[in-house]
Design a protein around this ligand. Structure first.
Ligand SMILES: [Zn+2]
Length: 443
């Protein structure tokens, strides 16, 4: 006995050898008496009704088949069975559930117009169903055609090939309502009336391939188009407004950014000027200190004018009186040379006072000099890139320092010479100058 293949098990329909109609294996006599042919390869079939297993057809093994029980066209067999079953189901219908019909309207101002729903998903009454009616058109034989109150409705059965564009166009031109019913990809166990019938009520398996628009439909479509363009105009207007608003906002942000930059610049410039002014004030302080120092050193060769003869005399008299008063107060005192000690003390006091007064006058002379010369001299020093008394820049010719060290001291010497009388100074002489101290004060 030949080994049966799984494909044989799935064959549950055959073609009646006499009528050409589809027969289910469960409805035919057992064995060769079924009198059926394979829908795929046309070979004779044997009906098998084993106990506890679903009945099936197998291919008859005769002398002309070389003992081969396999079908040479199992795919074709399956397609023919499903096609015939579907048509049989359809022809018994009195109504048909049709999917919604949407019509694309295209674009307007770059916006896709929403599809127009010509009709919602709805049930149509169908009558006078017939298959492969060749009277419709010479180039086209529909799988099934019905009459409906709206006009003829064609149903094409999709198993492996979709209706092509040429056929769609032809159907539209002929003004037929037509849908495609998808019965492809059925599981082998689903090949039967029930699963095919279920697909009739599932909108996913039915699509329009031709929908002639009535005048009423066309008027509705036009109204839809007008409404949609209005909607899109409004949308575009809002979008433009929003765009302008955003541009405006962007500009304001940019403007405030530029203002901040400008403010930062102004602030920086203000700080720079302030710093410069501070630097300048510090430099001027340096200049003043240097001038005062020069005055001190230039004043070394001067001394205060001696005090007058009457003042000297008064001091001498006062010393004599003081000595005599001390002798009276302590008549038996030790033989100390009080006179000498008092003279020394007076000398020291005179020296200190003279130094203090001379210093004060030199300082006021320096202030006068600064008052008269600073503007010009400081400007010249700055022009010479002078950076102050304490700053030495390596590798840079310090013209400012040279100017300070040579030109200004010369000027100060002359200035002092010209002001000695006014300052009450005289050129100092040797130590034995009679007016320098009170050495010769007779006590
Ligand atoms: Zn076959």
């Amino acid at each position: 006995m030949a080994v049966r293949r799984s494909a044989d098990n799935e064959l549950r329909y055959g073609i009646d050898a006499h009528s050409g109609e589809l027969r289910a294996v469960k409805d035919v006599p057992n064995g060769k008496a079924c009198d059926c042919k394979c829908p795929g390869c046309g070979r004779s079939l044997v009906a098998c009704h084993p106990e506890n297993i679903k009945p099936y057809f197998r291919h008859y093994v005769g002398s002309d088949t070389d003992g081969n029980s396999e079908c040479t066209n199992p795919k074709g067999a399956r397609e023919t069975i499903i096609h015939l079953l579907t048509k049989a189901v359809l022809l018994k219908l009195t109504s048909f559930y049709l999917p919604e019909k949407l019509v694309g309207v295209g674009e307007y101002r770059g916006h896709l117009i929403k599809d127009f729903e010509v009709q919602p998903s709805e049930e149509w009454m169908v009558t006078n169903g017939r298959e492969e009616d060749r009277s419709i058109h010479s180039r086209f034989v529909p799988d099934v055609i019905f009459d409906t109150p709206k006009g003829p409705l064609i149903i094409e059965v999709l198993y492996s090939h979709k209706v092509d564009d040429g056929k769609r166009l032809l159907l539209s031109e002929l003004g037929f309502y037509a849908v495609e019913l998808d019965v492809s990809k059925l599981h082998p166990d689903e090949v039967g009336l029930t699963p095919i019938t279920q697909r009739l009520y599932d909108p996913r398996y039915c699509t329009w391939i031709s929908y002639p628009l009535s005048r009423h439909d066309q008027a509705n479509l036009e109204a839809w188009r007008v409404n949609e363009t209005k909607r899109i105009d409004e949308l575009a207007f809002q979008e433009q407004k929003e765009k302008e608003r955003q541009e405006c906002q962007q500009k304001a942000i940019e403007q405030s950014r530029l203002e901040l930059i400008e403010q930062a610049k102004i602030l920086k410039e203000r700080r720079r000027r302030q710093q410069k002014a501070e630097d300048r004030a510090a430099l001027q302080d340096d200049y003043k200190e240097i001038i005062k120092r020069y005055f001190k050193s230039a004043g070394a060769i001067y001394d205060l004018k001696p005090i007058g003869a009457s003042e000297q005399n008064n001091i001498k008299v006062a010393l004599r009186v003081l000595c005599s008063e001390l002798d009276n107060a302590f008549p038996d005192g030790a033989p100390l040379d009080l006179g000498q000690r008092l003279r020394n003390e007076v000398k020291r006091q005179v020296k200190e006072r003279k130094a203090f007064i001379k210093n004060t006058r030199l300082e006021s002379a320096a202030s006068l000099y600064i008052f008269e010369n600073m503007d010009q001299e400081f400007a010249e020093l700055v022009a010479l890139d002078w950076r102050g008394d304490t700053i030495e820049v390596p590798g840079r010719s310090n013209d400012g320092v040279a100017y300070l060290n040579q030109k200004i001291p010369e000027k100060i010497k002359k200035f002092l010479q010209g002001h000695v009388d006014q300052l009450g100074l005289v050129k100092a002489r040797s130590d034995n100058w009679p007016y320098k101290t009170l050495n010769r004060t007779p006590l």
